[in-house]
Ligand binder design. Structure first.
Ligand SMILES: [Zn+2]
Length: 299
C-alpha cells in the first residue's frame, strides 16, 4: 500500500471510532434540573446512563438563566427529572425550547409528603417563590430514598434490559444511605429542640426530621431580600428564642447575616444545599454530611 492509501485508511478508522463513541450504546440519556437529582441518577444508572444537569451546585435553583446550550441538552435527552413544586419556574421554557417530543418528564415531588402548602391562593405580587408548597424536600435525607425509588422506576421503564443492573445499584445505594441515616440521626440527636435562624425557607423538611425549631428567616418572605426592618425584628427573635446560629445557603450574600451576627453575637454557618455546591462536595451523601456536621457541631 502506498502512503496515501495508509493515510486514508487511518482517517477511516478514526472516523468510525468517533461515530461509535458518540453513539453510547444502551445508555439512557438523562437530564436533571439539579445536581442532587443528577447524583442519585448516577448512583442508580452508573455507566448505563448518560446524565447531565442544569442548575450549578452553587447557584440558586429558583433563578436559572436559560442558555441555548441547556435546550440542546434537553433535545438529546430521553428523561428529564425535576424537583417540582414550582422550584424550577424556568424548566417549562427549557422543555418548550428543546422541541423534543420524546422527552419524558418526571416530577420527583409526586411521592413526597409536601409541607407548607398555602391554604389559599398565593398572590404572586407578594413575591413568595413557594406558591405550591415548600419545594426543598431533598434536605430531609429520608426523602432521598423516595426520590431514588422514583428514579429507579423511570430507568426501569426506559431500559428494561438493564433492570437487574439498576435494581442492584439502587439496593446498594439504599443500604449505604440507610447506614448514613443512622449516623445522621445520632449526630442530630443533641440538636433536638434547638432554635435556629435560617436564611431562606429551605429547611422545613430538615428541621421537622430532626426536631429543630425554626426561629425565623433572614428573608422576610421566600425570595424577598433582607430588609433593615425585618433584620430589627430578627434581633428580638434571636434574643427571645436563644438561637445561636444562622444557617445560610452558600449562594446568598452573607451581608445581612453578618450584620445580624455583629449585633447579636449569633454565628453564621454557610452550607451548600446542592451537590458540587462547594469544593469536595461531590455527592448527596457528602453534602448531607457537611450540613449535619456543621449544624450539629456548632449548636
Ligand atoms: Zn425556596
Amino acid at each position: 500500500m502506498d502512503k496515501e492509501k495508509i493515510k486514508m485508511k487511518n482517517i477511516l478508522v478514526i472516523l468510525l471510532l468517533l461515530v461509535f463513541t458518540s453513539m453510547n450504546f444502551g445508555q439512557v440519556k438523562v437530564v436533571a434540573t439539579t445536581s442532587v437529582i443528577y447524583d442519585l441518577v448516577k448512583e442508580i444508572g452508573k455507566d448505563k446512563v448518560e446524565a447531565d444537569y442544569i442548575c450549578r451546585g452553587d447557584q440558586d435553583p429558583h433563578y436559572v438563566e436559560i442558555l441555548p446550550s441547556y435546550m440542546l441538552k434537553l433535545r438529546k435527552a430521553e428523561l428529564f427529572f425535576k424537583i417540582g413544586l414550582g422550584l424550577e419556574i424556568w424548566a417549562q421554557q427549557l422543555i418548550d425550547g428543546s422541541r423534543n417530543d420524546n422527552l419524558k418528564i418526571i416530577d420527583l415531588s409526586n411521592g413526597i409528603e409536601k409541607k407548607e402548602i398555602p391554604a389559599g391562593k398565593v398572590d404572586a405580587s407578594q413575591g413568595d417563590i413557594h406558591p405550591y408548597g415548600n419545594p426543598h424536600y431533598w434536605l430531609d435525607p429520608y426523602n432521598a430514598k423516595i426520590m431514588a425509588a422514583e428514579i429507579l422506576e423511570a430507568l426501569l421503564a426506559k431500559s428494561p434490559e438493564n433492570s437487574e443492573y439498576f435494581k442492584k445499584n439502587y439496593q446498594n445505594y439504599i443500604s449505604t444511605l440507610d447506614k448514613k441515616l443512622i449516623e445522621w440521626n445520632s449526630k442530630m440527636k443533641k440538636a433536638e429542640g434547638r432554635s435556629i435562624v435560617f436564611f431562606h425557607a429551605s429547611w422545613i423538611y430538615f428541621a421537622e426530621r430532626y426536631g429543630l425549631k425554626i426561629s425565623g428567616y433572614v428573608e422576610p418572605k421566600p425570595g424577598i431580600p433582607p430588609t433593615p426592618s425585618h433584620n430589627a425584628e430578627l434581633y428580638n427573635i434571636i434574643k427571645k428564642s436563644g438561637a445561636n446560629v444562622i444557617v445560610m445557603e452558600n449562594y446568598y450574600s452573607d451581608k445581612a447575616p453578618n450584620q445580624i451576627a455583629s449585633q447579636t453575637g449569633i454565628k453564621v454557618i454557610k452550607v451548600p444545599i446542592a451537590v458540587f455546591g462547594m469544593e469536595g462536595i461531590d455527592s448527596y451523601i457528602k453534602m448531607m454530611d457537611y450540613i449535619i456536621n456543621n449544624i450539629s457541631g456548632n449548636l
